[in-house]
Design a protein around this ligand. Structure first.
Ligand SMILES: Cc1ncc(COP(=O)(O)O)c(C=O)c1O
Length: 384
């Protein structure tokens, strides 16, 4: 068996043709494709505003930044998440407060969230880790009582539901990732959704140097004859009142994203199909268990992760058998940068040592899944 990849993007002729069209137009930067992608995204997620950016990291940064929180205020983030969640807090001059996770699903523990809250807290960033939804009903009820802004980090999920409502539409902001390994991809990219029109306008401006004018609109105005709106020859004019960033998406990425969005149900369903096979096999493996209580109905899981008390031995065994693995993730306060923000997170510190991520992507072959499952059973028997 050749090496089985952990993740793989699912791209085809539709995406290639969409790029060709953009090439032909000879307009590859920020343009009509981005506008269309944003519009289609808003329609899919039934939200007022979608702002396409160049990563989920940028999306998280701008969702926090647009609130102008006073420097030194605190933001509640889970102890186990990708570094970008906490980095966004630091970018804004704020302080991350690490909340412990649930033992059963690795998501933010709501009791600990309440415990870690102090009057200095201004926002909470629930992360739907591996695609498993956070308890958004409880989090929103409590956050609204405390007047906290809620930014959902949806980098590891896209199109799934929690209690009948799309993940990403529970909070004040939802941030998505289109990095190459994610549910759908644009190479790199991200999206912010919100129903707050004032903040959406500000985020748009912050994503393009802080301009007060949409750069595409400015371009179009160049070709308009004088109207009352555009004073003679002032189509080029814009003002900068905000310190913005170069975080916008471009038309090449957006054209891929538009095709991937159409495929999203297929991409999610492919993962569900493989997860079913993995989960039914795990029942036969003593001492191995699924990391999440996978609820596959209307789900969007990015990751297949299992727990083993013999984690490192399992990783070596799978490596010898050409099966890629990884560990998602070491608690952030264990990294040198985040050490000084350490807090009591006993569950995170215990559970992460058992985690192993196994291959999951839409292009896995039936025979590859069967092969991995056979090896898992073998390991389980030999290490019982
Ligand atoms: C939970 C989480 N948040 C944020 C990010 C950052 O996403 P991006 O690579 O699009 O910046 C990732 C990426 O892996 C992630 O897993």
């Amino acid at each position: 068996m050749k090496n089985i990849r952990l993740f793989q993007p699912s791209l085809g002729s539709k995406e290639l043709n969409s790029i060709k069209k953009v090439f032909k137009k000879s307009w590859i930067g920020y343009g009509e494709e981005v506008k269309k992608f944003e519009k289609e995204w808003s329609k899919t997620f039934k939200v007022k505003h979608s702002i396409a950016v160049n990563s989920c990291t940028a999306a998280l940064h701008l969702s926090l930044l647009c609130n102008d929180f006073k420097k030194g205020k605190k933001v509640l983030v889970p102890a186990i998440t990708f570094s970008a969640t906490a980095a966004a807090v630091l970018y804004c001059g704020l302080i991350p407060v690490f909340v412990d996770i649930n033992n059963n699903d690795l998501n933010m523990n709501v009791d600990d969230l309440k415990k870690k809250y102090t009057k200095d807290c201004v926002a909470v960033m629930p992360v739907h880790f591996g695609g498993h939804p956070c308890e958004m009903d409880k989090i929103m009820r409590w956050a609204n009582e405390k007047d906290l802004i809620v930014i959902e980090d949806c980098a590891e999920t896209c199109g799934g539901y929690y209690k009948g409502k799309k993940i990403g539409t529970w909070g004040h902001y939802g941030c998505f990732s289109f990095e190459e390994k994610k549910m759908m991809t644009t190479g790199d990219g991200g999206m912010i959704i919100t129903n707050n029109s004032t903040k959406a306008k500000k985020i748009k401006s912050l994503s393009f140097h802080g301009w007060d004018k949409d750069p595409l609109l400015r371009h179009k105005q160049r070709y308009l004859n004088n109207t009352k709106k555009i004073k003679k020859n002032l189509h080029w004019y814009y003002e900068i009142s905000l310190l913005g960033y170069k975080y916008n998406m471009n038309d090449l990425e957006a054209s891929i994203g538009r095709e991937q969005l159409k495929k999203l149900p297929f991409l999610n369903n492919s993962r569900i199909k493989f997860l079913k096979k993995y989960l039914s096999n795990l029942k036969k493996c003593k001492n191995l268990s699924p990391t999440f209580p996978y609820n596959l109905k209307k789900s969007s899981y990015w990751m297949f992760s299992i727990r083993s008390k013999n984690r490192d031995k399992l990783i070596s065994f799978l490596k010898k058998n050409n099966i890629s693995t990884s560990v998602h993730l070491m608690p952030l306060p264990l990294h040198p940068l985040y050490k000084k923000y350490k807090s009591k997170i006993p569950t995170a510190l215990r559970v992460w040592k058992e985690l192993v991520t196994l291959p999951l992507h839409p292009h896995l072959k039936e025979k590859e899944i069967n092969y991995i499952n056979t090896k898992l059973r073998k390991f389980s028997l030999e290490n019982n």
